[in-house]
Ligand binder design. Structure first.
Ligand code: C2E
Ligand code: CA
Ligand code: CA
Length: 401
């Protein structure tokens, strides 16, 4: 008999009618169920019954739903959790995010009143143990490791395409640094960029990436219009000669300054704001466009947008990745596109992971898209084959929402 039972659902809801309904739905879907209206009973059932699923009312008199979720995390509950409540969707989403941060698996949130089918669909989502498995670094890189990697050419670059939303035309490629160390294994860019900034090695890293990007572009598309983007650390903005050096590097590779785009975050916190402003302005005067990266995260602010001479606004992936499921993110994206265009800037969205989001961005007038839906970052040698494939399938195709 037990073999046919799909799992064990433990239901907590102070409204006994609701609790009983959820219990009935679960039972008719093939689950063993335990229903309780009391918080104390809930814990004894949890310990005794080892449920595969828990449905939880967030707003119960005398208990705090967030505290329940914290306790479930501390207990190490590995099953699926369905949060139900009559609360505002935004509150439910926030509760879900904080629970996931604690490592709990939330199958979904169920606004009340709910449909039986929606609930059954949530039960069917098996615990994915969705937390990304922690990739154990084989050690923390030191400044000497990084110096050695820079000397030995262990830092390489990959390229991620950017395409025009309206037409699918390829407009450029973002250059991203990679370090796969022989002893340490792959080191995340966030780790080594931070290390380089702290240890005074950022100029070397930037030079290496810039050079690799331009070398690649001269062989891939010497006379065309595609751009390469390079990320520039705000730390570099204290260097007044940077703009001349970068322009000379472009010239040395036979490329006009406009073939390069520099992406920057967080210049507001640079020690010398006036110098930063001068360096940025010099880039623009020399014909190099500038993109304000990670817009919307607090590293890049409206103040920066208003004061500094950016030509592109790059919307942070967090807003983009949530767009398909969050009406809030959709509203924010619309506003950001309007803001950029109001300031005569182009707008790029990064982190585009699915067709729906790509179509949505096109509909709201976003200029350029970048993300796994279009392509993952790839070695320079693979770009030509990717571009051929992309042109034959997607360019000019009408994206469908
Ligand atoms: P970023 O400039 O915001 O770069 C975008 C990051 O998002 C890249 O991660 C890219 O691989 C990732 N990404 C792109 N599309 C998607 C998507 O659809 N979904 C998801 N989930 N992620 C996507 P990556 O390569 O790990 O780089 C992380 C950060 O490291 C970069 O963020 C940038 O701030 C920094 N970085 C990388 N290379 C350099 C460099 O050469 N110089 C400097 N200063 N910083 C660099
Ligand atoms: Ca970037
Ligand atoms: Ca970014």
């Amino acid at each position: 008999m037990d073999r046919d039972v799909k799992g064990h659902v433990l239901v907590l809801d102070d409204d006994d009618m609701v609790a009983a309904t959820i219990g009935m739905v679960a039972e008719s879907a093939g689950y063993r169920t335990t229903v309780t209206v009391s918080y104390d009973d809930f814990w004894s059932h949890l310990e005794a019954g080892a449920p595969s699923h828990v449905t939880l009312d967030l707003s119960m008199p005398g208990t705090d739903g967030i505290e329940v979720l914290r306790r479930l995390a501390a207990y190490g509950f590995g099953g699926s959790i369905i949060i139900s409540s009559g609360l505002d969707r935004r509150v439910l989403d926030a509760a879900r995010r904080s629970a996931e941060e604690h490592g709990l698996h939330i199958a979904g949130v169920l606004p009340k009143p709910f449909k039986a089918n929606d609930l059954v669909a949530l039960f069917a989502l098996t615990p994915a143990h969705s937390r990304a498995p922690n990739v154990e670094p084989r050690g923390t890189p030191t400044a000497d490791d990084l110096r050695r990697a820079l000397d030995e050419g262990a830092i390489t670059v990959v390229f991620q395409p950017k395409v025009r939303c309206a037409t699918g035309a390829i407009v450029g490629y973002e250059t991203l640094a990679r370090w796969n160390d022989a002893a340490l294994g792959p080191v995340s860019p966030v780790t080594f960029v931070t290390l380089a900034e702290r240890e005074g090695l950022i100029a070397r890293l930037t030079d290496l990436v810039l050079d690799a990007a331009l070398v690649w572009l001269t062989s891939f598309d010497p006379h065309g219009a595609t751009q390469v983007s390079v990320n520039l650390s705000a730390r570099s903005l204290t260097d007044l000669d940077l703009a001349s050096r970068v322009t000379e590097t472009c010239a040395r590779h036979g490329l006009t300054a406009g073939r390069l785009l520099l992406e920057l975050t967080e210049t507001a916190s640079t020690d010398d704001e006036v110098t930063a402003l001068e360096v940025l302005t010099r880039f623009r005067i020399k014909g190099i466009p500038l993109s304000l990266d990670d817009f919307g995260t607090g590293h890049s602010t409206l103040l920066q947008l208003a004061r500094q001479p950016f030509s592109e606004l790059k919307i942070d992936g967090q807003f983009v990745m949530n767009a398909a499921t969050s009406a809030d993110s959709q509203a924010i994206l619309r506003a950001m596109v309007g803001l950029a265009h109001g300031l005569q800037m182009t707008v790029t969205a990064e982190g585009v992971e699915d067709a729906w989001t790509y179509a949505f961005l096109t509909e709201i007038g976003c200029d350029v898209a970048q993300g796994y839906y279009i392509a993952r970052p790839m070695p320079g040698d693979d770009v030509a084959a990717w571009a051929d494939g992309w042109r034959s399938t997607d360019q000019g195709a009408e994206p469908r929402p």
